[in-house]
Ligand binder design. Structure first.
Ligand SMILES: [Zn+2]
Ligand SMILES: [Zn+2]
Length: 325
């Protein structure tokens, strides 16, 4: 399923040759691929333009079918995941200081290189990960972006005990489980009136769930914004205790409104989180089965990718949308 040109807004089915694994790469037979909000931003033209056509999809689960020359860590038959981070230069100041997520030469799956909305994908073996057992292919898919980048955002909240999550979709439903497991109190904020998302949040152990316009029962030590709405940044900031932080986890957001300085005063922080490092991937994929994180997925056949995207856009997905093959 391909995005052909910048104003297409929908994916079209396309027949292509099976790609070839070059040295250092693996060819993966795709079994499932998650649909992420970033895919919506790509379709909507919200992200910096890239070369098209492109096959989106960066929560790719599949089985290694061909191993390119020089690959040592993976074998034919391994079940692997391919995440958003597809390549880094390994030489720049970011790459050599543990911040490869910020590499200027980074390339991202389903954006700069074809992703997993397809029967086959090739990936650099060094950016491809063995997946934990105990998850079906569809259940494993959301771990690869909602989980990995959600977890990076969660780590940026430090020792926060009272944690707010704004936007209770794929990432929040995973991170809520990690946070509850680590004895944090989680406050889930949804669109006003979204009772089912609030009930879903409570069912996962959240201490409180309500509308994003509501005040939580206690001031928050930190909040993560997963929804792409800039006004939530100032909304969340107003709910923070002194020293608290707002972490913006999405790749794109509408403009953040201005706000009086006293809301930031007392060492409150607003920051974003960009992409992931391979260390984030290794750490989270080891942690998930320990929690254990259970992902809730709504599956769609690959050919119904546009329906999955529409459901995600309109808030009709509980947990994560996943394409299956
Ligand atoms: Zn994503
Ligand atoms: Zn680099």
């Amino acid at each position: 399923m391909v995005l052909e040109h910048a104003d297409a807004r929908v994916l079209v089915a396309s027949e292509r040759e099976v790609p070839i694994a070059l040295p250092g790469e693996v060819l993966v037979r795709v079994r499932a691929c998650g649909v992420c909000r970033t895919d919506l931003h790509l379709l909507d033209g919200d992200l910096p333009a890239v070369e098209l056509p492109i096959v989106p999809g960066h929560e790719v689960v599949g089985v290694v079918e061909v191993v390119g020359d020089g690959v040592t860590g993976l074998r034919v038959g391994d079940r692997v995941g391919i995440p958003w981070l597809g390549y880094t230069c390994r030489a720049c100041a970011y790459c050599t200081s543990g911040r490869e997520n910020l590499c200027r030469g980074a390339r991202f799956t389903g954006y700069h290189m074809d992703g997993g909305f397809a029967e086959y994908a090739v990936a650099d073996a060094d950016y491809t990960f063995l997946l934990p057992d105990g998850y079906t292919d569809a259940e494993a898919a959301p771990l690869l972006c909602a989980g990995l980048i959600g977890y990076r955002a969660y780590r940026m909240t430090g020792e926060a005990v009272r944690l707010g999550l704004y936007g209770f979709g794929a990432a929040a439903h995973i991170i809520a489980q990690v946070a509850v497991h680590q004895k944090r109190a989680v406050y889930a904020f949804t669109s006003p009136g979204d009772e089912s998302a609030q009930a879903f949040a409570r069912s996962l152990g959240c201490a409180w769930a309500g509308a994003s316009t509501e005040a939580p029962p206690v001031p928050l030590d930190a909040a993560i914004i997963f929804a792409p709405a800039g006004h939530l940044v100032t909304e969340a900031l107003s709910r923070l205790a002194p020293g608290g932080s707002v972490v913006c986890a999405g790749i794109h957001m509408s403009d953040v409104p201005s706000f009086p300085y006293h809301q930031l005063w007392e060492e409150r922080v607003i920051r974003s989180v960009a992409n992931l490092t391979r260390d984030d991937a290794r750490e989270f994929l080891a942690l998930a089965p320990d929690v254990p994180v259970k992902t809730h997925v709504q599956t769609y056949p690959l050919a119904d990718a546009n329906r999955a995207i529409a459901d995600l856009r309109d808030g009709r997905v509980e947990g994560a949308a996943v394409l299956t093959l």
